[in-house]
Design a protein. Structure first.
Length: 388
C-alpha cells in the first residue's frame, strides 16, 4: 500500500518534466486518488463484511499493482486520473482490512506490534523513493512506474496469505455485552482532528518532493522522500510505546504540532539541511498520527471507528489538493504554509479531545463483561492499561 499509494509523489516531478503534466493536472491526479480512497473507506462503512474478506484483500493487491503498471501505457490525463482513482479505492480497502485485523487480533498484545505493521507503509515509501532516485538519471517516468509496479507485485506476493479479521460470533454464542459507554463527544473531536490532518498532511504528502526540488539539487527531493519513508518505518511503534507512559490524546497533540513544523520548514528555510529535517519530522509523525487516532477510536469502542475515521481522513485528502491548487501558480511554499496551519487546527481539536478523556473506558467495559461471565483468568490488557 505504501508503494501503490505514495510512489506518485517522487514520480510527479518527472512527469512534469518529461510527460508534459501541468501543476493543475498533477493536483487532479492526486485528487482522483484521494476520491478513490474515500470510496474505499465508505465501502468499509456500508458493508462491514468487506473488511473480513481475504478474497477482496487479494483482489485489491492485484488492482493496486495493475494500476501502477498501466500508468506509462498512456498520455491521457483522464486515464491517469481513472487509474489513480482505482489505486485509491484499493489502497483504502487494504488499509481498512489490515487495520481492522491488527486492532482485533493484537488487542491483547503490546501496542507496538501493530505499530510495526503500520510502519510497512513507510517501508513502501522508502523503497519506492529509492527506486525513483536511482532511475531518475538513467531512465524516465515510464521506467519509474514499471519498476514500482514490479516492487508492488513482489510485496503483494509476500502478503498474499495475510489473515483478515474473524467474523463476529453468531447471535447467542456469547453473553450480551454490557451497555457501551457514551463516547460521542470525544469521538467527535477525534473525527474533526483526523479529518483536518487529512487536509494538511496530504498537501505535504503530494507536493513535498516538488517543493524541495524547487530550491535544491534535483536529487534532493527524491532523497528527502526516502528519508520520509525511513523515518516512518519505526514511528508508529515508537508512538505506541510512548503511549505506555502518556495518554494517546496528549501524544496525538504533540505529533500534530511536530508535523506542522516539519511541513512549514521547507517554505521558511531553503537548503538540504532544512529539507532533511522536514523529511524526518514529517515521516516520524504522519503514520504515528494515524496509528494514535485509530487506536483512540478503538479505545472509545465507537462503532466502525476505523472505517469512519478513514472516511473523514479521505474527505480531508480530497479537499487538500483542491484548496491549494490556486496557490501552485506561485510555487509550493504558500501551499505548505497553508497545510501547516490546517495541521495546527487539527492539533487544537486534539487538545479538546484531552478534556475529560475517558482513559479507563475499556477497562471498565471489560471488567463488567468479566463480572457477567463469572470469575475466570483474564489476560493483561497492555493497551488499555497504558492509558490508566
Amino acid at each position: 500500500m505504501g508503494v501503490g499509494r505514495f510512489v506518485y509523489t517522487p514520480i510527479l516531478p518527472l512527469m512534469h518534466a518529461q510527460a508534459g503534466l501541468s501543476a493543475g493536472a498533477g493536483a487532479n491526479l492526486a485528487t482522483g486518488n484521494y476520491a478513490g480512497y474515500l470510496a474505499g473507506a465508505l465501502a468499509g462503512i456500508l458493508a462491514p463484511s468487506l473488511v473480513r474478506s481475504r478474497a477482496l484483500l487479494r483482489g485489491c493487491l492485484v488492482v493496486l499493482t495493475a494500476s501502477l503498471a498501466a500508468m506509462p501505457a498512456t498520455h491521457s490525463t483522464t486515464v491517469w486520473v481513472a487509474l489513480r482513482l482505482l489505486a485509491g479505492v484499493a489502497s483504502a480497502l487494504v488499509f481498512v482490512i489490515v487495520a481492522s485485523s491488527l486492532l482485533s487480533r493484537l488487542r491483547e498484545h503490546p501496542a507496538h506490534l501493530s505499530g510495526w505493521a503500520f510502519g510497512g507503509v513507510g517501508g513502501g515509501i522508502a523503497l519506492s523513493g529509492l527506486l525513483v532516485l536511482v532511475l531518475r538519471s538513467n531512465a524516465g517516468w515510464r521506467a519509474a512506474w514499471w519498476a514500482s509496479a514490479a516492487l508492488c507485485a513482489l510485496l503483494a506476493a509476500v502478503s498474499w496469505n495475510l489473515r483478515t479479521e474473524d467474523a463476529p460470533a453468531p447471535a447467542g454464542a456469547a453473553p450480551a455485552p454490557p451497555p457501551r459507554p457514551r463516547t460521542h463527544r470525544w469521538f467527535g473531536a477525534l473525527f474533526a482532528s483526523y479529518t483536518l490532518e487529512g487536509i494538511g498532511y496530504i498537501v505535504a504528502g503530494t507536493f513535498l518532493v516538488a517543493a524541495i526540488g524547487q530550491g535544491s539539487p534535483g536529487w534532493a527531493g527524491s532523497g528527502a522522500w526516502v528519508v520520509v519513508g525511513l523515518a516512518a518505518v519505526p514511528s508508529a511503534a515508537l508512538w505506541a510505546r510512548l503511549g505506555r507512559r502518556w495518554s494517546r490524546p496528549g501524544l496525538l497533540l504533540t505529533a500534530l504540532v511536530v508535523q506542522a513544523v516539519g511541513i512549514a520548514l521547507p517554505a521558511l528555510a531553503g537548503g538540504i539541511g532544512a529539507a532533511l529535517v522536514s523529511a524526518v519530522l514529517f515521516g516520524a509523525t504522519f503514520i504515528g498520527v494515524s496509528t494514535l487516532a485509530l487506536a483512540t477510536g478503538a479505545h472509545l469502542r465507537f462503532p466502525r471507528s476505523v472505517a469512519l475515521l478513514t472516511a473523514g481522513y479521505s474527505v480531508g485528502q480530497i479537499l487538500g489538493p483542491l484548496a491549494v491548487t490556486p496557490l501552485l501558480h506561485h510555487g509550493y511554499h504558500q501551499a505548505l504554509l497553508l497545510a501547516a496551519a490546517v495541521v495546527l487546527a487539527a492539533a487544537a481539536a486534539a487538545a479538546l479531545l484531552r478534556v475529560g478523556f475517558p482513559h479507563a473506558t475499556v477497562v471498565v467495559h471489560r471488567a463488567a463483561a468479566r463480572t457477567a461471565q463469572g470469575p475466570r483468568p483474564a489476560p493483561v490488557d497492555t493497551a488499555a492499561g497504558s492509558q490508566s
